[in-house]
Design a protein around this ligand. Structure first.
Ligand SMILES: C[S@@+](CC[C@H](N)C(=O)[O-])C[C@H]1O[C@@H](n2cnc3c(N)ncnc32)[C@H](O)[C@@H]1O
Length: 262
């Protein structure tokens, strides 16, 4: 796949664009492309855009759906909170979101008070996350939440396995882009098509699951469409069903009984 380029549409933000280009190895364009997909830095934010029919895609933690979730979300009773073990928990877990994407799940978990390390391998998604985190850090309503979120641009399967023991997370959260029909229809909302097109399907989830189970102290949570197949290989220890989403739980004590003494 060829690298998605970055175009800076706001001359006053040239330095920031150069910083993004070097941090995420994005080719920096001097002109807006005539076709294809590219990242465009405007006065407000960084977006993934195209000349075609798709709407712009960006990560957003301050306004829109993120604001709604922050203000009206279901607290520790919502399914994702239960899945990572927040219900009744004394200490909030450190969570690695191994498939950060546009950071929506990470943001919910950080809003609930968890420390979240977002790991994302796609330079496009990582750049969109970086920019959203910058904006969230500057907004009064989200600065404290953004301070609990950290971004790592890496392949999680490798990154998780090189963590020193004292940095291993309590929970690893995994939400891969599966090449199955459920996920495709879920991602088929117009504005998400560009994201799916540029990022592609994740064909190596079994390897990621193994690395997650090796690194997590307490549990691994895999988010799936309600009727989607589980990740191949190790079977989940428990399943939490939601309306459209299912969470497959891999409880470390059940899978690795010696984890008690670690
Ligand atoms: C379905 S999206 C995740 C959406 C995310 N849960 C959200 O709330 O926005 C899957 C993302 O995981 C990333 N990904 C998949 N496998 C990965 C890996 N091994 N390491 C890092 N990122 C990975 C993909 O690049 C893609 O951005």
């Amino acid at each position: 796949m060829t690298a998605t380029p970055l175009f800076c549409a706001e001359s006053a933000r040239r330095d920031y664009a150069e910083g993004l280009a070097s941090r995420f190895a994005l080719p920096l364009l001097s002109r807006q492309p005539a076709e294809g997909y590219w990242l465009e830095l405007g006065a407000e934010r960084l977006e993934l855009v195209t000349t075609g029919k798709h709407g712009a895609v960006y990560a957003e933690f301050v306004e829109g759906a993120a604001r709604h979730r922050r203000e009206q979300g279901g607290g520790r009773g919502q399914p994702v909170a239960k899945a990572v073990g927040l219900k009744g928990a004394k200490d909030l877990p450190h969570i690695v979101d191994a498939t950060a994407g546009l950071g929506r799940d990470s943001f919910v978990l950080a809003s609930l008070g968890c420390q979240v390390t977002m790991v994302e391998r796609s330079p496009v998604a990582a750049a969109l996350l970086f920019d959203a985190l910058e904006r969230a850090a500057r907004a009064a309503d989200t600065a404290a939440i953004a301070a609990r979120m950290q971004l790592v641009h890496a392949n999680s399967a490798d990154w998780l396995l090189q963590l020193p023991p004292e940095q291993r997370p309590d929970v690893v959260f995994v939400d891969p882009m599966f090449p199955d029909t459920d996920k495709k229809s879920a991602a088929a909302k117009k504005d998400m098509q560009a994201f799916q097109q540029v990022i592609g399907d994740d064909m190596d989830s079994a390897r990621l699951l193994e690395a997650a189970i090796t690194a997590a102290r307490v549990r691994v949570v895999v988010k799936r469409p309600r009727l989607g197949a589980p990740i191949e290989g190790i079977r989940p220890s428990a399943v939490l069903d939601g309306k459209s989403t299912r969470f497959d739980l891999y409880i470390i004590k059940a899978l690795r009984p010696q984890a008690d003494s670690e």
